[in-house]
Structures are given as structure tokens and as C-alpha cells.
Design a protein around this ligand. Structure first.
Ligand code: CP
Ligand code: NVA
Length: 339
């Protein structure tokens, strides 16, 4: 059986640099197969459950299309469709789903839920986002960086905004594992927590990545090959939006901040969805109230040539396909790659 067979994908720290690099490279390979219309049905006949406690456009679509391309059948189970958590425990649900499905995706609140699903389900479980981590997003993001720059080691990625949300946590530790320098620009109360920073520092000491956590947005972006931001309030957060907006406005990705990287070729990423214009109901209300045109990223930067946000979104499907194929498919993967 291959190196990944039967494993779950719950958080990045469970994987080595060689393993994450393999997943990224295999995603790039699968993208090329799809472009050439070469079939890759590594999961023919398998059934996959897609559990969503929180809403999603990209992750749900990516899992659905990736499963279909791999020859598997995906089944969406939304939070109101099943008893999960309300009338039935996570463990019981996991046992039932694991007896019928070959793999389970979960998006929701607690990291413990996804790890319990893996513990009791007996089949591979994939984390489609929790409050703590967004690991499938990382394979797509670092894949996008690799496509753009050719290699990862030594690149500098700056994340500005809410520096202690799931995406920031994941970028910090994944960069640290892969040898990508990660800068986080965020106000002190929104910087990575001590346990996350501790993990990242350990990983960085092994890979040679340099980490910088600062409340100075200009210092954070200096020398960055890539700028990254995310929404200022994440799903499930109960915070005062107005206070958060005032606090994070200095960390908005706009042309001014982009120029301060000092590099002409810096690219811009965002996991999406983004408040870059007034064309959403929530966004337009907030922007109106604060007399702003955009929140975490301005529309001109979002639409600019330097922005790779839609390539990044498209790569979610190839990344998720890579993860599902190797953990559930019987592929030949030489063990020597991971010595
Ligand atoms: N980036 C991301 O996870 O998007 P969705 O919330 O639409 O799945
Ligand atoms: N931090 C965001 C990511 C969305 C993909 C959230 O959790 O809402």
C-alpha cells in the first residue's frame, strides 16, 4: 500500500515537508492530466461523504468535482440534513458513515470534531476547514506559489489582517515546514497565539524558514514575493465588526501596501470569498457604514495582473483531488521519497 494510504488529512503538522511537497507536485500533475483530458479514476466505485457545518463555495465544489473526476460518488450532508451533533454524537455518526462511505470530508467549527471523525470513522477524513486550520487550502496555495515561482524554498510570503485565524495559522506552519519565510502583519491582539507560534518556530528551525510577526504592516510586506489576506471576521466569530474594521484597515492590501514590498513581481493571494467591492449584501452594508470601497483588499489590486486569486481558487480542486487520491487510492508512490 502507498505511503499515504488510509491516512487522514486533519492538519499540516501531521505531515513532513517531503509529504506536503509530494501532495503539491501530484496536484500539479493531476491538473495537467485534466487539461489533457486524460482520465485518472483512482477512486472508481468509492463513496465519499461531504459534511458541512459551515457554508462553502470552493471547498464543496472542489470536493464534488474532484470526487467525480476520480470516479468516486460524493454525497453532500449539510448540517440541517443529518442528526450530526444534535441528536447523535460525533462518534456514533462517524461509525455509521464509516461503515458506508470510503472517505469523509468535514468542514465546521471544532478541530476535535474532525479528529473524532477520523478516530471513530475508520476511514480517511479530510479537514475542509475548522476554526483552527485550513489544510486543503494550503496545498492549493503553495501549489499556486510553485506554479508562479518554480520552487518554494526561500520565498517570502506575507499575510496581513487577522493573523490568528485558521488560514493564518495554516500559512504560518505550512510555510515553516516547507522553508518558505512567513511574515504576519497584524495588531498585537490578532497575532498568532503562543502554541501556534511555538509549533511554527520548531518547524522553521528545521527548514531554515524565517518568521516575522509584527504589528507594522510596512515592515511585514518588505521583501515579500507574495501578499496574502483573508476576511477580517471569520465564519462563526462573534465580534464587533465595526471595531475589527477600524483595527484592520491599516493592514488592507491596496496599491500603496503592494508597492512597499519593493518587488515588482510580487503576487497577491486570497483564499476567498473577499470583500473587495460593494457587490455583496454584507459587504455593501459594512462599506456604506464606514464610507469605504473595500475591506481587506481593494478592487484594483484584486483585479490586477499581480492577483492570482482565481488561479488559487481553481487549484483547490486539483489539491483536494491529490489529497483524496493518495489517501484512498492504491497508487504507486516510492517509499524512498520520504526517507
Ligand atoms: N477558500 C475557501 O475555503 O472557500 P469556501 O469557503 O467557499 O469553501
Ligand atoms: N478565515 C475564513 C476562511 C474562509 C475560507 C473563515 O474561516 O471564515
Amino acid at each position: 500500500m502507498n505511503h499515504f494510504y488510509g491516512k487522514s488529512f486533519l492538519k499540516e503538522t501531521d505531515f513532513s515537508a517531503a509529504e506536503l511537497n509530494y501532495l503539491i507536485d501530484f496536484a500539479i500533475h493531476l491538473k495537467s492530466l485534466k487539461k489533457q483530458h486524460i482520465t485518472h479514476q483512482y477512486l472508481a466505485g468509492k463513496n465519499i461523504a461531504l459534511l458541512f457545518e459551515k457554508s462553502s463555495t470552493r471547498t464543496r465544489s472542489a470536493f464534488t468535482v474532484a470526487a467525480n473526476d476520480l470516479g468516486a460518488h460524493p454525497e453532500f450532508l449539510g448540517k440541517n440534513d443529518i442528526q450530526f451533533g444534535n441528536k447523535e454524537s460525533v462518534a456514533d455518526t462517524a461509525k455509521v458513515l464509516g461503515s458506508m462511505f470510503d472517505g469523509i470530508e468535514f468542514r465546521g467549527f471544532k478541530q476535535k470534531t474532525v479528529s473524532d471523525l477520523a478516530e471513530y470513522g475508520g476511514v480517511p477524513v479530510w479537514n475542509g476547514l475548522t476554526d483552527d486550520w485550513h489544510p486543503t487550502q494550503m496545498i492549493a496555495d503553495f501549489m499556486t506559489l510553485k506554479e508562479k515561482f518554480g520552487s518554494l524554498k526561500g520565498l517570502t510570503l506575507t499575510y496581513v489582517g487577522d493573523g490568528r485565524n485558521n488560514v493564518a495559522n495554516s500559512l504560518l506552519v505550512t510555510g515553516a515546514i516547507l522553508g518558505v519565510n512567513v511574515h504576519i502583519g497584524a495588531p498585537s491582539n490578532l497575532q498568532p497565539t503562543a502554541p501556534i507560534l511555538e509549533i511554527a518556530k520548531k518547524k522553521a528551525a528545521q527548514s531554515g524558514a524565517k518568521l516575522l510577526i509584527t504589528d507594522d504592516p510596512e515592515a511585514a510586506v518588505e521583501g515579500a514575493d507574495a501578499l496574502y489576506t483573508d476576511v477580517w471576521v471569520s465564519m462563526g466569530e462573534d465580534v464587533d465588526y465595526d471595531k475589527r474594521i477600524k483595527q484592520l484597515l491599516p493592514y488592507q492590501i491596496n496599491n500603496d501596501l503592494l508597492h512597499k514590498t519593493g518587488k515588482k513581481e510580487s503576487i497577491v493571494l486570497h483564499c476567498l470569498p473577499a470583500f473587495h467591492d460593494t457587490k455583496t449584501t454584507i459587504g455593501s452594508k459594512l462599506l456604506d457604514a464606514h464610507k469605504l470601497d473595500a475591506l481587506e483588499i481593494t478592487d484594483d489590486v484584486f483585479q490586477s495582473k499581480q492577483s492570482v486569486v482565481f488561479r488559487e481558487a481553481a487549484n483547490r480542486m486539483h489539491a483536494i483531488k491529490s489529497i483524496m487520491a493518495v489517501t484512498l487510492g492504491n497508487l504507486f508512490i516510492p517509499e524512498s521519497l520520504f526517507d
